[in-house]
Design a protein around this ligand. Sequence first.
Ligand code: SF4
Length: 558
Amino acid sequence: MTVERDILETDILIVGAGPAGLALAYHLATLAERDNSVSRPEILLMDKGSYVGAHAMSGAVMDPRGLAELIPDFKEREAPLSAPVSADSFVFLTANGALKSPFMPPPLKNHGNYVISLNKLTGWMTQQVVAKGFDVYAGMAGFDLLVENGRVTGIQTVDMGLDKDGTPRSNFEPGSIIKAKVTVLAEGVHGSLTRQAFEKIPELTRDSLPQSYLTGVKEVWEVPKGRIKAGEVIHTVGWPQPRHEYGGGWIYGMSETMVSIGYAVGLDSPDPTNDPHGKFQLYKTHSFIRRILEGGTMLHYGAKTTPVGGYYSMPKLYHDGLLLCGDSAGMLNARKLKGVHLAIKSGMLAAEALFEAARSSDYSTAMLAKYQSNFDSSWARKELYEVRNFHAAFEGGLWAGMIHAGLQIVTGGRGLFDRRRHKADSAYMMKIADYQKRFGRPPQKVAVKFDNSYTFDKVTDVYKSGTMHEEHQPSHLVIADLDICNNRCSEEYGNPCQHFCPASVYNMVDDAGRPGRKKLELTPSNCVHCKTCDIADPYQIIRWVVPQGGEGPNYTNC
Ligand code: SF4
């Protein structure tokens, strides 16, 4: 079928209205106001959520450094910061106990930071961008990254109104081509266009180590007064995470009665039953957590991945026609688990390079390379370099990791080794037989009962994420070979997708055609766009592609 597509043209296309993309637009406008000898470049800033912030979710404690540089009077303008951090603790959990660290290592202190809701912050940042005269288009999803003769020339947005088998329905609207002098990918973690960029332009990741990820699962609770202070920050390690696996939990007081609680699990786990959602629900059953949540009401749910590979896993930040910002470029301080300030700074650094390009009407690769040099001489690079080996320190488990991390603090980030090589997360997953050999027992799925008033099953939690997808459209989880799922994977790994997906999209059901056997059944409408499946699938046959624009989670106060 030949489809005629509208062609739009702009100077700068920004894909993703998160902190990085919004900061880029805002800062570019500020630079243009300061120097009106340059005509302001045209921007098209788009986001796949139904509103800006619909897909923005984070813990989140924000270091205000980036925001203060971008909008120095952010407090006067009433940026929606839930609470300044008022107390900080680090707790080691065992199955029956909780040991509070008598001191906070200085790099982990949160004094001066803010507990925030990322989706509220991005909503507010959008208002600031719009006040500068730029439009922000929500509900637009980029399907294909256009690369011509090695140059990124723009994107094609997703087709709307296709049936499950790809046949156009009566409401069919073909995706548009958006051509741009520069395309900025600020899509967040493991974006589908960023993945295409890495595949189509191998040079971007040629010198990088594979990225590592956590899947974080979160709920927002309303609790009775007196359980937590506004701005109180608690981080935990230990139970229920096995000591050889990376991960931990958080409890943040958004107000005296509102709590952000979550649990993040490394996707480099050897365990094919690794279940971030299940571990989070089990985590909540600990008496230390119950004291805070019991009697409260769960209001919101969300899940997303976080890039923790660090400095050595970052890609090259530019290419002909392309810039990468924020989480799309792996800019996250893994030691502090904070990336919002770095995303904002990366957007600002990109804006400065693009403003120079606009001044000289030259968007060549040499001009775009200024973004990389801006970054290399910035505090963002210095901060990321100081924690460059943090995640790699934990390859030998929690205790070895704590020792390595301590040594890194006193050696400027080097520790006992530098640039330890690691594999892609999916390569760490062990087949059931190998796991049994190594650990002396088969992998055991986390055992937790869901009462759906304190502990929630995945489907109930997904309801609280506001997730919506049109049923009649091609699946946005594309599986290259279902036969592998239904046969080889069942035998070798026990279908880990049914465990690691935090939204019950993948389920093994009885196969009527093969009595006694199961087959994979997908419910893409549950998907909260966390990208875990695309990352963790051991055969790498699952591909997350965008569904129709405006679909997915509708986060509020997350
Ligand atoms: Fe996350 Fe994949 Fe499940 Fe969607 S289907 S919620 S992207 S793991």
